[in-house]
Ligand binder design. Sequence first.
Ligand SMILES: C[S@@+](CC[C@H](N)C(=O)[O-])C[C@H]1O[C@@H](n2cnc3c(N)ncnc32)[C@H](O)[C@@H]1O
Length: 376
Amino acid sequence: MIPSRFFVTCAPGLEPLLHAELRELRLARIEQQVGGVYFEGSWADALQVNLWARTAVRVLLRLARFPAATEEELYAGVASIDWDPYLRPDGSFVVDAHSNASALDHTLFIEQRVKDALVDRFREAHGQRPRVDKEAPELSIHAHIYKDRCTLLVDTSGDSLHKRGYRRYQGRAPLAETLSAALVLDSGWDQRSPLMDPFAGSGTILIEAAMLACRIAPGLLRPSFALERWKGWDARLGSKLRESARAQRIAIGKRVLLGLETEPETVRGALENLQALGLESAIRFEHGRAENWEYKRGWNAWIVTNPPYGERIGDEEALARTFRSLGRRWKEHCTGWHASVLLGNPRLAASLELRAERQRAVRNGALECEILHYAL
Ligand SMILES: C[S@@+](CC[C@H](N)C(=O)[O-])C[C@H]1O[C@@H](n2cnc3c(N)ncnc32)[C@H](O)[C@@H]1O
């Protein structure tokens, strides 16, 4: 089979981390772009990325690129594609279009024409056509037109990959699993030293850290990915790759993962999430305040955390006080420790009164954030 080109999407700012993950998976022709990373490989490679890439949001297969300055060119480009490997004549699909700096700029119209060309091709070849399903399509098609050229991609993932399948408890403001994993990876945690999250919430950062240390593939709890429902998919391949992913799991051993949290209800939720992964004994949660905890000198832990941002009026002043005490405590007791803090509010970062050794801008949903790394 000729290798295909895949585009793996991620949250803006995380591209270098995703790039490093794809290198670790030993994929070919890896190329970083804005919003994601390209690689070249087989459908099996795409399943591996769906199973293993912790910072990826979606894995898209690039089907074609063609000129699309006019409606006719767009139609001809789509009609020339062999859709049979991806879609059955009685299957379902949806088209999502984007356009930028192009003559065809009406996205609804673009979606319509892509749909028409695909449907006509099926009718001619099979006398039957797949139907449009916006809720649960078997095939999601993305048409991106930029400077009058159309890139057509199909989604191999299905649901966004942050949905790992372990979140039984939501919590108030859980950090996305993909961003939590990114924070742990970016911190440079050695996977042996203690790791603590003093604002643990539903424990996503700690859970992602435990999964990393135990080599648990983040996609293993998902029943299937979209490409496994394609017509040309070989089901034996899926079982084989899952089996070999399962075999890589190792025990948490003596590693210490610790979470602090002020709300007991949230801690109960975190434990439910851990049970889904069989990791209930891997993480210890304590009820307490981050700024009052007794950070033990010489413990040399990694602090990886996502404190509250102070979205509500009045919160910010109290939080600034918390951050000042926290910064002082870290300075006094945590020499030799590392701290990686995801913050969406630069004023609060200043209240820590510590100098970051490096930082990375990331987007957390609609919020522009900063990951600040401190060598304490
Ligand atoms: C932004 S949330 C963390 C979300 C978490 N990363 C997750 O994925 O669920 C911040 C958490 O810090 C807790 N919190 C607020 N003030 C605290 C303090 N002084 N010490 C410890 N936890 C605190 C809140 O109850 C909340 O659960």
